[in-house]
Ligand binder design. Structure first.
Ligand code: ADP
Ligand code: MG
Length: 152
């Protein structure tokens, strides 16, 4: 597993990061987003969505658990597993994770750990106070990681 980190200093910078890397992610990629409430997980996903040409408003699907955006260059599947903590009910999410022709992004992956593929791209966001965030991106897929690194 290789990893690199960077800092952002505003929500726009975090969105920009998502925007920039969107086109570098192969179809079928699963990205997980770990970090406290307000860390910036959804902000990053918003940037990714813009990078895919999705113009709809993107919010954490905390209540609905999953929201699918079909109007971009490829489908974006946005999962927020927060409400699945301690629930052992099969709601068929596995069919959407690693969706072959799109991207899957998952907030609170720790609650559905068993459903997440090994080749995930792990984004961890740490609130460093104020508008500063430390963002680390980790993956076993060194090619994808190199691609991301070199576009920043
Ligand atoms: P999460 O999905 O992790 O709960 P959100 O993306 O919904 O977090 O919220 C992040 C909040 O932090 C937003 O209010 C955003 O404006 C603010 N913020 C401040 N600085 C940053 C930054 N550098 N990156 C991302 N969000 C930031
Ligand atoms: Mg969120």
């Amino acid at each position: 597993m290789d990893c690199f980190s960077l800092e952002t200093h505003s929500k726009d910078e975090t969105m920009e990061l998502g925007h920039k890397i969107a086109s570098l992610l192969p179809n079928g990629s699963t990205l997980t987003f770990t970090g406290d409430l307000g860390a910036g997980k959804t902000t990053f996903v918003r940037g990714l969505a813009r990078g895919l040409g999705i113009t709809e408003t993107v919010q954490s699907p905390t209540f609905n658990i999953m929201k699918i955006y079909m109007k971009g260059s490829r489908p974006l599947i946005h999962i927020d597993a927060y409400r699945l903590a301690d629930i052992d009910t099969d709601i068929g999410l596995d069919e959407y994770i690693g969706y072959e022709t799109g991207l899957t992004v998952i907030e609170w992956p720790e609650f559905i750990e068993r459903l997440i593929p090994d080749n995930r791209i792990e984004v961890t966001i740490l609130n460093k106070g104020g508008d500063n965030r430390s963002i680390s991106i980790k993956s076993k897929d060194l090619k994808v990681l190199e691609g991301i690194k070199s576009c920043l």
